[in-house]
Design a protein around this ligand. Sequence first.
Ligand SMILES: NC(=O)c1ccc[n+]([C@@H]2O[C@H](COP(=O)([O-])OP(=O)(O)OC[C@H]3O[C@@H](n4cnc5c(N)ncnc54)[C@H](OP(=O)(O)O)[C@@H]3O)[C@@H](O)[C@H]2O)c1
Length: 365
Amino acid sequence: MMAEPTSVLLTGASGYIGGSLLVYLLHKFDLKSQNIKLFTLVRKPEQVQEVVELGENVVPLLGDVQDAEEMKRLVVENSVSVVIETVDARHFPVAKHFIEALCTVKERLGVPVHFIHTSGAKMFSSHVGVDQTSFLNDDGDVYTTVAGFDTRHPVMKQFVSLNNQIIDFAESKGVRAYIVAPPMVYGPGAGFGNKISIQIVALVRVARALGQLYQVDQTDTLWALMHIDDQVKLYATLLSNLIRLQAPYGRDGFYFSENGTFSWRSLSLAIVNALRKRNSLETIQELPVATDDDLIAMGKVLGCDAGMVPVSLAGSCLIHGNNARKLGWVPQHDVQHLMSQVDSEIEFIVKEDSSFASKSDLALR
Ligand SMILES: NC(=O)c1ccc[n+]([C@@H]2O[C@H](COP(=O)([O-])OP(=O)(O)OC[C@H]3O[C@@H](n4cnc5c(N)ncnc54)[C@H](OP(=O)(O)O)[C@@H]3O)[C@@H](O)[C@H]2O)c1
């Protein structure tokens, strides 16, 4: 007799990461042989229809992750034992009520329960005070390292302890927690909703609006990179391993997704030059160093304070993702791929980024 299926809830189905992961799970991951019943959460009624159109292998659930009672009801009523959270990297309450709900499922059904939290590589970067003289390995003692971070950045200070807080709370509730930390993710998303990412889009927006990108740090700095197709494969690898109780979790459950690093200077220069070529302008060899006024202007484009611009578009993030590789994850796209895709990335971003009304390219003419 077939065992009861494992019920998995993926949040953020209309998002870049969640939407791409949903499509991957439906088309490239054998839900049937893994005996998984897949649910996905959206928060707008019209998105329910989008999920329905993806076929019968996924069940849409409607709700807002901020609504603690509703989330608990959805998890418990559907006997969800795995939550993959891709909505809120920064605040504890969303994780807290999913973990509490999973704890209830564990007590009722007597099954292991799992919470995958999507964090961000910024939480392991120079912006929170991580020593950048060597790489931070996710199979080292990340938990203790994080506990020792001393960030003075007023915004990052609020978030730096969140991953450890989630691990501690999950442990206290008997829930297995996994922290997935994507870096700068690029490549076209595959979902029905948002198809574009965050940081590379921010660079393109600034370049389009100001006609220029800048060197924000004193020296060139390196940041970890990840293609969206490799990112979703990491979740899938983790999922199939955790179901078999073979994935490290809790204090050992950090999963940095990276496949090398890119240089902010080289990527910014490539983006500016690709846009300049599109506008029949000569290419440039160097980026100007950002002044305070430039940071203010960049902040205006990005809708943030000047103080947050370096957090969005600069800094150093040297991480190694060994844990997922040990489970069999093999990322394919590296920095050569990123740099070879700048033109097509820009084309795709300009097409998809309709909310960024562009008086923009005027600055490039
Ligand atoms: N993309 C990256 O490069 C990257 C890197 C590191 C970390 N991350 C983190 O990964 C997470 C996902 O990123 P993303 O790029 O996929 O973002 P995204 O495209 O903006 O997707 C966010 C998703 O969350 C949903 N959502 C937002 N608030 C919600 C709420 N209150 N209740 C239910 N659903 C809600 C959105 O739904 P609607 O469509 O209805 O708005 C959307 O489906 C974020 O926490 C982000 O900080 C992303």
